[in-house]
Design a protein around this ligand. Structure first.
Ligand code: BES
Ligand code: MN
Ligand code: MN
Length: 457
């Protein structure tokens, strides 16, 4: 009989082909015209679980996109790991910037290029394939494993939060395992122990009842686009401090110990600049780039529009202007409270010459996971055995809102065992994922299940 790791090696090609099949399905959760594709991806996963021989394989319909669950729980006296991942993806636009089609996986230099290759189809698929290796070699799983895969992560998991509340027994577990983050660098395994939260807002400024001739009316009417720029300019000061009253009230200041832990990481600012072709970095005074992007809050315009965008010059004073603004949050900021403060502040600084609507989109709570948790130690051991390199523990700036809910509702920690890299270009054109890390990810997952019982305290 083959060992687990031998089975994984022998099936490298098959695993790739199956991942590519999943990558061909354009499961863009935000686009209503792709609703059928999102369901197709869910059904693909159901087939995978059935084929592998898991129990209780279920596609749960929701008012949005489906949630897929499955499990294999052979033990009464061993830990249960709940694997979470998302099979929905971000839109592929701007499509013209893709060098190969976003939903036709293409291999180049050992990487697969496709939307969702890293975020999160390729990463979450590693755990399905590691469980397959146990099942197909007839090896009993060393721990209980449950899966929950959702199709709405990229739109803020609106139906997953009520789902976990309603299915506490089905999902009961000792920890959640998630591969949806990045490693610190190439061949540098790392475990993420902090994620930022999110509050996402939209501002609409309405002025005159139509677009106006900017010569006939310019100078006599408040211009919504000008005013929107003034509002945005008042959101931060020159030191990069956010100006919303109360914004920092709940921010837990970084302790010396936390700062030292961040400073000790081999963050390479020159490489960071080079990668983005930046002359200089920028951010809140008093903090370095790695602190700014992982452990301090931030505020950014994500989109800004209004007025004439076409070719040439059309002389027009726009009737309205819009902006989308995201704020990344750190412990103990609350997304609802921050959204409210944002709205109150913006409303307080607009003059009577226009009407301003401030709307709230989805958000999420920040998380920091206790480094003493035994699951993290088991994950580090598994990583080190496969990558043959010491694991780093780092915080990241992105958000996975459900992690805070797993803690709140199920009372469990999450292990963020990312196999991605920052160069994977998540959410950008030409997203890619290293096939070597896909393979090592499957092995790390299998090894994690194997070593976990030894770490139970
Ligand atoms: N996988 C990412 C989150 C992530 C990326 C964490 C890189 C750490 C490093 C996830 O799919 C994502 O994109 N989350 C969104 C939040 C969501 C509410 C849309 C984000 O961070 O913008
Ligand atoms: Mn993701
Ligand atoms: Mn994402």
């Amino acid at each position: 009989m083959k060992s687990i790791q031998e089975y994984i090696d022998a099936n490298e090609e098959k695993y790739k082909e199956e991942l590519f099949e999943l990558l061909r399905i354009p499961s863009v959760s935000t686009s209503s015209k792709n609703k059928g594709d999102v369901k197709k991806a869910a059904e693909f996963l159901v087939n995978q679980f059935e084929e592998i021989g898991l129990d209780k394989v279920t596609l749960h319909e929701t008012e949005g996109h489906p949630i897929v669950t499955a499990e294999k729980c052979p033990h009464d006296d061993r830990p249960t790991v709940l694997v979470y991942g998302h099979y929905d993806v971000q839109p592929s636009d701007p499509d013209e910037l893709w060098k190969t089609p976003p939903f036709e996986p293409t291999i180049k230099d050992g990487r697969v290029y496709a939307r969702g290759s890293s975020d999160d189809k390729g990463q979450s698929f590693t755990h399905i394939k590691s469980v397959e290796a146990y099942m197909k070699t007839g090896t009993e799983l060393p721990v209980n494993v449950k899966f929950i895969l959702e199709g709405e992560e990229e739109i803020g998991s609106p139906h997953l939060i009520p789902f976990i509340n309603d299915h506490k027994d089905l999902l009961s577990c000792d920890m959640v395992l998630i591969s949806d983050t990045a490693m610190f660098g190439e061949d540098q395994p790392s475990i993420t122990y902090g994620l930022r939260g999110l509050a996402y807002m939209e501002i609409k400024v309405t002025g005159p009842n139509r677009d106006l001739h900017s010569g006939v009316y310019g100078g006599g009417v408040e211009n919504p686009a000008n005013l929107l720029c003034e509002i945005i300019a008042k959101l931060k000061d020159e030191d990069g401090r956010i100006q919303i009253p109360g914004f920092y009230d709940d921010v837990e200041p970084l302790t010396e110990e936390q700062r030292t832990a961040i400073h000790e990481l081999p963050f390479d600012e020159e490489a960071f600049k080079k990668n983005l072709e930046l002359k200089e970095v920028h951010g809140e005074k008093g903090y370095n780039t790695h602190e700014r992007t992982t452990a301090r809050p931030s505020l950014d315009v994500n989109g800004l529009w209004g007025g004439y965008q076409g070719e040439g010059a059309k002389t027009v004073l726009p009737g309205e202007a819009h902006a989308k603004v995201s704020m990344r949050l750190v412990p103990n900021q609350d997304p609802k409270k921050i959204a409210k403060l944002f709205k109150e502040y913006v409303e307080s600084i607009v003059p009577d010459t226009v009407v301003v609507d401030v709307m709230e989109h989805h958000g999420g709570h920040p998380v920091v996971i206790d480094l003493d948790f035994y699951g993290l130690k088991a994950a580090a051991k598994a990583f080190e055995d496969v990558y043959e390199k010491e694991v780093l523990f780092s915080r990241e700036g992105g958000s996975i809102p459900i992690v805070a809910d797993f803690k709140k509702v199920l009372g469990v920690n999450s292990i963020l065992m990312g196999f991605g890299l920052t160069k994977d270009a998540l959410h950008s054109p030409n997203e890619s994922f290293s096939l070597k890390d896909f393979h090592r990810g499957i092995k790390t997952s299998a090894r994690f299940f194997e070593v976990l019982p030894d770490f139970v305290e």
